[in-house]
Write a protein that binds this ligand. Structure first.
Ligand SMILES: Nc1ncnc2c1ncn2[C@@H]1O[C@H](COP(=O)(O)OP(=O)(O)OP(=O)(O)O)[C@@H](O)[C@H]1O
Ligand SMILES: [Mg+2]
Length: 368
């Protein structure tokens, strides 16, 4: 349906923002190829994964899911990706409410995050159990002040850190056992579906299972209870298969652009404002959570986002970038709103735009 006759792939754009989204409604990731109906997966009470080869569309799927999840009032998104690659487009500017609630760009931080997730799941189980039994619930109800936590984990290209890696494996195994019923789930991307990538416990407990293009069928051997022979042919990186009750259904996954990510991060501020970790959960992880933006590597990352690009593209020192931007801030304060002036000067284009804005102001004042 979205494959052109020449074999090229026509991407479907992510539909963007919808009010009143909740994790209970599932995450729509694209459209089924056969019927064109919404392909919606659940990340409410079960974990999930995708297996895809290099350039198979895994990161895009995680961005696609993130785009929807950050707009949910009852959900917090945490990212794990080497060098913050998954999180960077979401944090290009400082906002009151970072759309990604916790970012891990190193194995050490990933281990800390996952161990905290386990603590949260245990704390929730302890404190809310009575209430759940009284209400005949097996799954903790989530809401804006006691949100679902969805941890998205990209294919790992981390530097080898064996100790952290073991902590990650242990935490993941425990999290998959206790997390889903307590509103904490993971969705992971893997290069292959073989036993060395995909643990048995993950395979057996996952409720959302997807595949993108793989190098060969052996990569899918472990993916799901499904005859590999009948595995559908996939046309491009946005073309995925969703395993559902013994069937593999093809779907066209949404594409998300950086521009759209920026927009969604802005629009989602309202939703994000009301979503806060409950006290029970926050107490269980106290300082580790409270200090997450202050730990060295995260702080460095934010510096990079704020000033690094300026330095890179304009060859400015960090000090120079700061001075230029504060000079323009000063102009803005003196002149009032300057239509078309960029928020921040990051690139040569931004500087040129400023010149045009100032030229217009100058011309207008000469005309007066
Ligand atoms: N749903 C989609 N629609 C259109 N294009 C897509 C889609 N998903 C991925 N692509 C394109 O395919 C390419 C690879 O996608 P992506 O980076 O998500 O794959 P990956 O599996 O994460 O790759 P890597 O192995 O490098 O991490 C990108 O150029 C991306 O724009
Ligand atoms: Mg990737």
């Amino acid at each position: 349906m979205t494959t052109r006759r020449d074999g090229g792939y026509v991407p479907i754009e992510h539909p963007g923002v919808g009010p009143n989204l909740t994790i209970h409604g599932g995450v729509t990731i694209g459209r089924f190829t056969d019927e064109g109906t919404a392909a919606t997966v659940s990340l409410r009470t079960g974990c999930g994964y995708i297996v895809a080869m290099r350039a198979g569309g895994a990161t895009m799927l995680l961005q696609n899911m993130t785009t929807t999840l950050v707009q949910m009032r009852d959900t917090l998104v945490w990212h794990i990706s080497a060098g913050f690659s998954l999180s960077a487009p979401w944090l290009t500017k400082t906002r009151d409410f970072p759309p990604i609630d916790w970012v891990a760009g190193t194995e050490g931080e990933a281990a800390t995050m996952l161990e905290s997730a386990v603590k949260i799941a245990h704390a929730r189980r302890k404190f809310y159990a009575e209430n759940m039994i009284a209400n005949d619930q097996t799954t903790l109800p989530v809401r804006p002040d006691r949100p679902q936590i969805v941890i998205l984990i990209d294919k790992d290209d981390f530097d080898d850190d064996d100790r952290a890696r073991r902590r990650i494996q242990d935490a993941l195994a425990e999290l998959r056992r206790v997390g889903p019923a307590m509103g904490v789930v993971t969705f992971s991307a893997y290069l292959r579906g073989t036993g060395d990538y995909l643990s048995n416990s993950e395979r057996e407990t996952a409720t959302t299972i997807l595949a993108g293009r793989t190098r060969d069928e052996a990569d899918l051997a472990n993916v799901a209870e499904w005859s590999v022979r009948a595995f559908p042919r996939l046309a491009g990186p946005g073309h995925l298969a969703l395993y559902d009750r013994g069937q593999a259904r093809r779907l066209d996954a949404f594409r998300v652009t950086s521009l759209q990510i920026d927009d969604v991060a802005d629009t989602a501020q309202d939703y994000l404002a009301g979503t806060r970790l409950d006290d029970r959960s926050a107490d269980a992880v106290d300082e580790v959570y409270a200090e997450r933006w202050n730990r060295t590597e995260v702080a460095e990352f934010l510096e990079y986002l704020r000033y690094g690009r300026v330095r890179e593209r304009l060859n400015l020192s960090m000090d120079g970038a700061l001075r230029i931007n504060s000079a323009f801030d000063g102009l803005r304060q003196a002149a009032g709103p300057l239509v078309g002036a960029p928020d921040q000067v990051r690139t040569v284009d931004d500087l040129v735009t400023w010149c045009h804005v100032l030229r217009d102001v100058f011309n207008a004042s000469v005309d007066d």
